[in-house]
Design a protein around this ligand. Structure first.
Ligand SMILES: Cc1ncc(C[n+]2csc(CCOP(=O)(O)OP(=O)(O)O)c2C)c(N)n1
Length: 658
């Protein structure tokens, strides 16, 4: 193999060699332990070490790298302690995820490494977010992210490249083209000669590098990184290489022709480089043996230390405590200068005041800049805060939510506006798998608020009227806020932005311009997990949130003789169970009204909780009322039939008469 190494000092050459050899020797040991059933699942990077090592050595130590499942060389080159790595793979408490996630599904801020979630593609958008943060912070840093060739078929890949290009982000996208995605060969994965050509469509430059030649990888990536630091832009690199073992160790390689293994064996990145170094008298036999003996010793010691560590003793409180980052709510109260404003103005004011308070807060969304967003909530923001902080995005919910994760990793806050809450389905994966699980998995918070204009009664049909909070209430790690009044909306949104955890903030569109209230002019906060009792009464408890609070109010206005507690939950996660139980214990009858179709919604869980905690206090069965079990229709008559307003009145009267 030809090595153009004249520009490299002998010490650099030895460092490249050692950094490749170390992960190879660890892997060889792992394979033995795996066969003995002593380690969990293993994805081999044997034969691909030059890429992990070359890229990592080409970057500076304060620059982030986002590796995949075959990039042990990234972790070892960044000098992650081996005992801790082994404990991670063995599910021990001192591993990076405390036994909560396996293999390379973790990150380490100390080493500027951000590990993957299983879904592969989301890594790429996260890299965009980190690079965006660095660009906004005027740090000349490159971010490198890996994907296999299989992962390039995912929408996330295309979205991330497009965003990086449109925003000219300093990201090096590294495709490790190793011939197979599990058992799928490249000709069943994509229909073009070189994946590097994908860059053309995104107006991006690209390179093809021999991924088995450590000198080429290191030298070329170093030059590309230096150039990107000077002149911010993304670059796509396709590394040609080969996967020398199965997808994972138990899956075999029957589908790979033997001739391919034979050909690629001759291209082994370590054997060839070793021979080259020996031919140049850089590596003597003695030195080689010395290095190998030293590594062997380190590896055996680390394995012994890790295996001595006892198994995790499960603790419910430890598990539950790590789902969210601790947040110390800071109350800000104001009691003067009230103005009568609409729900929509309250949201807008709150956003503006938070933008003024948090220099590290940015907003992203479709058409939110000059146009002011679909509902004009951010009108005028660009003039005040500039386009760096008020960012129009391409139409790619997944990549933008992944960007938000990346911003958080690099110390920034973000608010992402969904044009309509319905479109979160196009960014569902990063919300429920990346933002929600990150803190529990490896202690990395996602300081992101996603604004969700939602809800029906607006004649907008199945794709612009859903109230999809139940998709998220279900997922540990997310907070869900759903105000019904301008005062609550303003204060709760300020808290959502202060909270370092991911918050889904639901804004009912039918309330935007119809509900008005006296609201303090200045900035204030309201706590999560505290319901508000909108009406006080004795005979029945009505529990609701969002627009349906107003439907309940209208019903009570029509029936002045009904004495009811009307509880507006305000936040669904956390849920104020105390307020619910206190009221039910007082009134002994309870009806829960939700706008969403009934099955699987929050009303069902609240009903179950009441049964479990207040059964002895009940004088009647708990009643739930919600929309029909259909998608939400567009035509007024159909929508009226779908929504539960009329059914609520009937059910309320029936329950009172029970
Ligand atoms: C969204 C998603 N679909 C399917 C999988 C299962 N899966 C895990 S790795 C893999 C193959 C990945 O191939 P490639 O991106 O080429 O990387 P390689 O394993 O070859 O390094 C598949 C199908 C997954 N993890 N995520």
């Amino acid at each position: 193999m030809p090595y153009q190494a004249e520009h490299l000092h002998e010490n650099d050459l030895i460092a490249l060699y050692k950094n490749m050899l170390y992960p190879r020797m660890i892997e060889e040991k792992m394979l033995i332990l795996l066969r003995q059933g002593k380690v969990s699942k293993w994805f081999s990077g044997i034969g691909q070490e030059a890429i992990s090592v070359g890229v990592t050595m080409a970057l500076k130590s304060d620059e982030y790298i986002l590796p995949m499942h075959r990039n042990l060389g990234v972790f070892t080159t960044r000098k992650i302690p081996l005992e801790q790595l082994i404990s991670q793979w063995n599910g021990k408490a001192s591993g990076f995820t405390k036994g909560r996630d396996r293999s390379f599904h973790f990150g380490s801020q100390a080493h500027k490494i951000i590990g993957m979630i299983s879904h592969l593609g989301p890594q790429l958008g996260v890299a965009d977010g980190i690079a965006l943060a660095h660009k906004l912070q005027n740090k000349n840093r490159v971010t490198a992210v890996f994907t296999g060739e299989g992962g390039t078929s995912e929408g996330d890949f295309h979205e991330a490249l497009n965003v990086a290009s449109v925003w000219q982000l300093p990201v090096i996208f590294c495709i490790e083209n190793n011939g197979y995605g599990l058992s799928t060969p490249t000709n069943e994965q994509y229909y073009c000669k070189d994946l590097a050509d994908r860059a053309i469509g995104y107006g991006m430059e690209s390179y093809i590098i021999d991924g088995n030649n450590i000198v080429d990888v290191f030298t070329e990536v170093k030059a590309i990184a230096e150039s990107i630091r000077q002149n911010h832009r993304p670059v796509l690199i396709e590394f040609k290489t080969f996967r020398m073992r199965g997808h994972e160790e138990s899956s075999g390689t029957d589908y790979v022709p033997n001739s391919l293994f034979e050909t690629w064996k001759t291209k082994d990145p370590i054997d060839n480089f070793e021979q080259f170094l020996q031919s140049k008298s850089v590596l003597s036999e003695d030195l080689k043996n010395e290095i190998k003996t030293e590594f062997s010793h380190i590896i055996n010691e680390a394995i012994a230390t890790s295996f001595e560590e006892s198994d995790i003793i499960p603790s419910k409180s430890l598990e539950l405590n790590d789902v969210y980052q601790q947040f110390k709510y800071q109350e800000v109260i104001v009691n003067n200068n009230f103005n009568s404003i609409r729900f929509i103005d309250a949201i807008s004011e709150s956003l503006k005041q938070s933008m003024e308070r948090h220099d590290n807060l940015i907003m992203m969304g479709q058409d939110i800049a000059e146009y002011g967003g679909a509902f004009k909530i951010t009108k005028g923001f660009v003039e005040q805060f500039g386009k760096d902080r008020i960012r129009n995005t391409p139409i790619c919910e997944s990549a933008i939510i992944e960007n938000a994760m990346g911003l958080s990793i690099a110390g920034m806050k973000s608010v992402v506006e969904m044009q309509f809450g319905d479109f979160i389905s196009s960014g569902f994966n990063p919300v429920v798998n990346l933002l929600a699980k990150s803190h529990y998995r490896w202690g990395q918070n996602a300081d992101v608020v996603i604004r969700m204009p939602c809800g029906g009664d607006v004649g907008a049909g199945p794709f612009h009227s859903q109230t999809n909070e139940a998709w998220f209430n279900k997922t540990p790690g997310l907070k869900v806020v759903y105000p019904a009044f301008p005062y609550d909306a303003k204060g709760l949104l300020a808290t959502a932005i202060n909270d370092p955890n991911p918050v889904l903030f639901f804004e009912h569109k039918a309330l935007y311009r119809t509900i008005q209230q006296d609201v303090p002019e200045d900035y204030y906060t309201l706590p999560f997990g505290k319901a508000s009792v909108v009406r006080k009464g004795e005979d029945i408890t009505i529990i609701s949130y969002g627009a349906s609070v107003h439907w309940a109010l209208n019903t009570l206005d029509k029936h002045q003789d009904i004495s009811a507690d009307l509880i507006d939950l305000r936040t669904l996660q956390p849920l104020d169970t105390e307020a619910i139980y206190d009221s039910v214990k007082k009134t002994s009858k309870v009806i829960i009204l939700q706008e969403d179709s009934l099955f699987g919604g929050i009303a069902s869980d609240i009903s179950a909780l009441i049964m479990e905690h207040c059964f002895e206090f009940l004088d009647a069965p708990v009643k739930r009322v919600g929309s029909l079990e259909t998608p939400i229709p567009f035509t007024k008559n159909l929508e009226n039939q779908y929504l539960p307003k009329e059914r609520f009145e009937i059910a309320l009267l029936a329950l009172l008469a029970y």
